[in-house]
Design a protein around this ligand. Sequence first.
Ligand SMILES: [Zn+2]
Length: 355
Amino acid sequence: MKKCLYPLVMLAMVLCGVQLSDAKPEVKPRVFVNPGHGGEDSNDRPCPFYCYGVGDTIPYFESISNWYKGNALVDILQRKGYETAISRVNNTTLDDLDLFEIMSLAANSGADLFFAIHSNATGIQKQMNAPLALYRGFTGEPAVEGNDVIAQLMMDALGGSGATQWSSKPEISGDWTFYDWGYKVGLGVLRYNKLPGMLCEGSFHDYIGERCRLESPDYCWLEAWNQSCAMDKYFNHKPKIQLGCIAGLLRSSETSPYLADGYQLYGDDNKRGKNGCELELFDAEKKLVATYVTDNHDNGFYLFKNLKPGLYYLYYAGHYHEVTVEANKVAYLSFQDFDSVNHPPMKQIKPKKPE
Ligand SMILES: [Zn+2]
């Protein structure tokens, strides 16, 4: 009897206008995120320094900024419609998994992409600041298809940041070429990895200007945002959220005190970042959207994130600066000594503050 019913059901569906859909279920790209190191131990790249803004010596651990970036990246990717897995959500010694364990977790996660987050150090007196992408294989001959593609997209995204001071251009290399550790040895975390992926040295934390910025969780968030934009391109993924950001650096006319301490500083980093400085953001209707106060780590970094595309006015130092936000992009506006340095001519308006 059952057999005879089936064509009748089909006929009923057609008559009722119900179409059998051949749409495939949504396939979300899946990313495995590995924030490098874990805890505050001697192998977590401690770089304590005297911070003039704080007026004391403060710690820096690479494990902490990697942790900020990794958790931010997972949050952003999920909101953009990705599936994610992460090797650690905390920053304790126990979270510092061994490399084989990380590789096993990545393999078992069913991820399409492996992404290890780090920052770099020269290890020598000379300091520099640029991102570096390392992938398994020889340079130009990736061991897994796609390694070099994500590496290039990632360096384009991070190297395009206008909220830092680069000393040089991004670098991309296969780890077998980069490290002289023996034939096809390379990085431990990539050694057994069969997934496309890379290790991202987002910047140099032993460059003092960058170390001051990496103290800011928001600065780390911005790097994660830029990483996510590179992944959107890699997967040709249209993000579920269509939002943008405004970010930049506020600097005074005062020479950076770190110069007198013998640190090397590039470009505008030789001017001190402005601490505890407030900016206000107004929308096109001239309603206050958000305020941001820079921290005390001499970085002058500010960020307005998760903004709907459109026209905004940034109020800083007595002036309103017009800025257009585009989805999946960052509008960079930096200011030095109350003068605009890299944005279109200032347009004076009179926004009204909400009652
Ligand atoms: Zn590292």
